[in-house]
Design a protein around this ligand. Structure first.
Ligand code: TXA
Ligand code: MG
Length: 357
């Protein structure tokens, strides 16, 4: 990180070298003055603000350029904070086995919005529920606990850009737009939390993420055996259960071609030629060898890793490095839908222009 860019003069952004108590205290001061702070979580970086203050929440939408009908997840540091500040009627029983297994961690649950609530309507956007999670990352937990504020926090990327898994990614998108980024290193999981709705029957996974369908079925007991995955590809005008599903997302600047490992190499070459691609990035996952080629293109080869955990961890950063390398197109190797694959393919499809299977 270039120290010259780490100035705090109201227009720039400062990234502390480490998240010491002093930096956390400064973040707390900023949050209490109803401004946003970017912070690390185990999934991706979040852009947080006091969920009970409308000006604070508005500052998130403004910094991100986020569509106005997409609700925000609220982050808490403990169940006690959730129940005392936001949900006096308690957490619906269906979630208990999931919370025992996955909190703190990458699982967001939908709970009923109480009739009397201080949660800003900007967080909930007309839904009768709100989404809440308890992050595992120690900096995130410490920030929420020290501030005493439940934080509304979407991913810290500019709207439509890939989510941020490093403080440097946040700086690239948010420089001059927010007062502070807490640097907690690289986000472990690399894709966002799994969003589940246990208030409908059968329960639904609204967004696949850091906790897999298989894990939910295994830990969830009888009530979660029949869990279904909501349609992730609703069209722009369709009414969707989770508004975030309908937007273009995670998009690098370059055209992304999602390609099955068994696809015909010539077909991929035609798709690249029809986009006049000269320089490409190849994002290899489980099977493509380093020397794989789709024709005569200047090529940047980026390994995502072989396991689902590695591919999740590396995907968004790889999209960003491909853009930095100024490629015309990104060819990414698809994976199967089991375990981490469901969330990985969801993110890959949202970034892709075409899927060549
Ligand atoms: O891992 C994560 O969840 C990250 C980190 C920062 O915690 N946050 C995140 O937030 O991904 P965001 O705003 O980028 O995505 C929130 C998703 C959206 O798809 C939104 O539509 C959905 O959760 N959501 C939030 N509240 C909801 C509600 N009440 N009903 C249905 N969907 C909701
Ligand atoms: Mg997001």
């Amino acid at each position: 990180m270039d120290p010259a860019r780490i100035a705090f003069d109201g227009s720039g952004v400062r990234i502390p070298p480490s998240s010491t108590l002093e930096h956390l205290q400064e973040a707390v001061r900023i949050l209490r003055s109803n401004q946003p702070v970017a912070f690390p979580t185990e999934t991706v970086y979040g852009l947080g603000a006091n969920c009970q203050n409308t000006n604070a929440v508005q500052s998130i939408y403004t910094a991100k350029n986020r569509p106005a009908d997409n609700p925000l997840i609220i982050h808490v540091s403990s169940r006690k904070q959730l129940e005392s500040k936001l949900l006096s009627q308690g957490i619906p029983a269906i979630y208990e086995p999931l919370l025992a297994a996955f909190w703190p961690g990458p699982l967001t649950i939908l709970v009923p919005l109480p009739p009397q609530t201080n949660i800003s309507t900007l967080c909930t956007k007309g839904q009768s529920t709100f989404g809440v999670r308890m992050p595992k990352h120690p900096v995130a937990r410490a920030l929420i606990e020290l501030s005493g504020l439940p934080l509304a926090a979407p991913s810290a990327n500019a709207s439509t850009k890939p989510s941020c898994t490093l403080a440097e990614h946040v700086l690239a998108d948010m420089d001059g737009r927010i007062p502070l980024i807490l640097d907690g290193g690289s986000s472990d999981v690399g894709v966002e939390s799994t969003v589940v709705d246990g208030l409908v029957s059968p329960p639904q996974i609204l967004r696949p993420g850091g906790i897999s369908l298989e894990q939910i079925k295994e830990a969830g007991g009888k009530a979660w055996q029949g869990v279904v995955v909501a349609n992730p590809t609703a069209g722009l005008n369709e009414k969707v259960r989770t508004p975030g599903m309908k937007y273009r997302h995670y998009s690098p600047r370059a055209a992304v071609l999602l390609v099955s490992p068994t696809a015909n190499v010539t077909t991929v070459g035609h798709a690249l030629d029809s986009r006049s691609a000269r320089k490409i990035a190849i994002l290899r996952s489980k099977t493509w060898p380093q020397e794989i080629s789709f024709g005569d293109y200047e090529t940047v080869s980026i390994p995502l890793g072989h396991s689902g955990a590695q591919i999740s961890h590396n995907l968004f950063a790889a999209f960003r490095s491909a853009d930095e390398a100024n490629v015309d197109a990104i060819v990414v190797e698809a994976v199967t839908l089991d375990d981490e694959g469901l969330a990985i393919m969801n993110r890959m499809k949202k970034a892709a222009e075409v899927y060549i299977s």
